[in-house]
Each structure stands twice: as C-alpha cells, then as structure tokens.
Ligand binder design. Sequence first.
Ligand code: TYM
Length: 335
Amino acid sequence: MEAQAKRKVMLSGIQPSGDLHLGNYLGAIQNWRDRAEEFDCYYFMADLHTITVRQTPADLRRRTLEQLAQYIACGLDPERNTLFIQSHVPQHAQLGWVLNCFTMFGELSRMTQFKDKSAKHGDNVNGGLFTYPALMAADILLYQPDYVPVGEDQKQHVELTRNIVQRFNGIYGEVFRMPEPYIPKAGARIMGLTAPDSKMSKSAPEGCVFLMERPEDIQRKFKRAVTDSDTERCVRYDPAAKPGVSNLMNIYSAVTGKDYAQIEREFDGQGYGAFKPAVGDAVIEALRPIREEAERILKDKAYLEQVYRTGAQRAGYVADKTLCKVYRKVGFVAL
Ligand code: TYM
C-alpha cells in the first residue's frame, strides 16, 4: 500500500467538443501511451469544460463515448490506466469552486485561451469560459500528479495551476503536490495544414486531420497543405521563413521519430511534390490501426460502459481523499 502511494502520477484530459485530431494525438496522447508501468495514469473526457461553448447535447454524448473508444484504441489499456468522464466525478466541480476563490481576476484575464475563445464566441462570453482554468486546476490537483502531459497551448494553464498550488500551500501547508507540464519535443504545437500560422484545430476542418478520417481524405489534405512560396522549394526546417514545410516536418518527425537532419537528407533534391504525400502516408499508417480498433470498440457499448463506470469509481476514490483534505483545511464542517 505504502509503495503504491509513492508511485508517480500522470494526468491529462481532452475536451470532447470535437472529434480528436492529429494535434491532440501528437501533442498529448502520444505522450500518454506506455506509461502505466511507471506511473499511475488518469485520463479523462473533459466534458464539463465543453459547455463553456454551446454544444448540441446528442453530439456531446456521442463524441464523449467516441473519445473514450479512441483513447483505448490509442493504446490506453483501461485495466492499467484510469479512464473516466469528468462529469461522473463531482469532486471536479466541488474543488473547482474552492480554487476559484484562490485564483485572481488578473490571472484569468491573461489566459490566451480565454482571449481567443471570447473573441470567437463574442455573443457568449460566460463566467465559465473565464473561470475555466480554476476548474482545470481542480482536475489536475485532485489526483496530485507529478506530470501533466499536454501540448504547448495548455502550458499556460498548467503554469497557472502551479501558481494556485503555491498560493494555497502557502496558506494551508503542503496540501497539493506541485505538478509539471510534460510537453513533447516533436508535436507540441501542430499548425493547421491550410494556415500554418495558427494551430491545428477542429474549427478549420480543411486544415485539420481527424483520427477517424478515411485515408483518402487524409492524403487529400496533405497534398493540398500550404507550403511556402520560396523559390528554393527544398525540404528544410526553418519555421520563420518556411512555416508550412516546417510544420509538415514536425508532423513527420513526431510520427516517424526521425529528426530534422534525417528528414532533410531523406528528401534532399526531391521538392515538396514528393514530401507532402510521404507525410500523408506516414500519418495514414500511424492512424490506421487506431481507427480500425476504435471502430471495433465503439460497437461494444456494454464494454465502454463498464470502462467508464470502473474509471469513475477509481477516480472518485482518489479525488474524494483530496477534496476532504481541502475542505478540512479551509474550515468546512465535516459531515
Ligand atoms: P484541448 O481539448 O483543447 O486539447 C487537448 C490536448 O491536445 C493538445 N493540442 C495540441 N497539441 C499540439 N498541436 C495542436 N494543434 C493541438 N491542439 C490541441 C492540447 O495541448 C491538449 O493537451 N483545457 C484542456 C483540457 C483539460 C485538461 C485538464 C488538460 C481540461 N482539464 C487537465 C490537462 C489537465 C483543453 O482544452 O485541451
């Protein structure tokens, strides 16, 4: 029991607000795999977060289960990883409230994701969108993780979580463990294929490759990927001068494990015409087994239900221990 308590912990989540895409996979999920030997791993569907933007209820329900099937298909064995749906563990919302009271207005105002989303959804700049990072801090801190594997765009939220830990522990003693963002070397920030100046996201679907997409559609997107209008037309890593090609090199590197020098040598003298479909092929081959396995798992609704029920139970047990401690520390009367 004691040895188990000392194991390192890893935790992360993804919003089921859209279908999982290559950015989610390379920026986050690839780093979640094969960690169960070393860490106690918690991965969840962040459904509470999705309603900061309007969702169609039936779509949200469907995508949440699809996401669970895709997590498993990506190699997360539910026997060895705790996979759960955020709204099934009420301690997230409960600790979220407490942490709201330890998060400053000024800090929340500086969050890039808030600025982006409030600009994009100007007719619905709600309180949840603003206080979202306090809920994310609760998601993290309930499980006392050592590492939070995320893409570059979520680093700011993990940094804010660290500020909250410092503030809270400063008042009440060592309640929370200090978490660290865990960001991959390749794939931390995948840009859109049609607009390499903004991150790949479901809101620009033509430049976004989805995990469940058909190979011919993936290949079409790569063939149409925006490259650069320089005259040299060679495959060389230079994000400032050649953002399109550099993004494709980043993807190719994250999928194949090759470094940039190797990739430059591989495509030396071949131009973009050969490079783009090669990246497409590598991505198709990486995603094929995931798509096939996810389709198979998704048909077995009883299995999925059993996975998320077990996950909620395991997660709830750990989350409750942390929440009780926090309630006690802040002075709430125990029931
Ligand atoms: P979300 O749902 O926007 O993204 C999920 C994960 O995918 C990564 N990611 C990317 N990585 C590289 N390139 C991209 N283009 C790209 N797009 C997305 C994100 O960095 C993230 O790791 N707030 C979080 C969800 C969340 C969470 C948490 C994460 C809620 N609670 C607790 C960790 C811990 C979010 O909106 O991620």
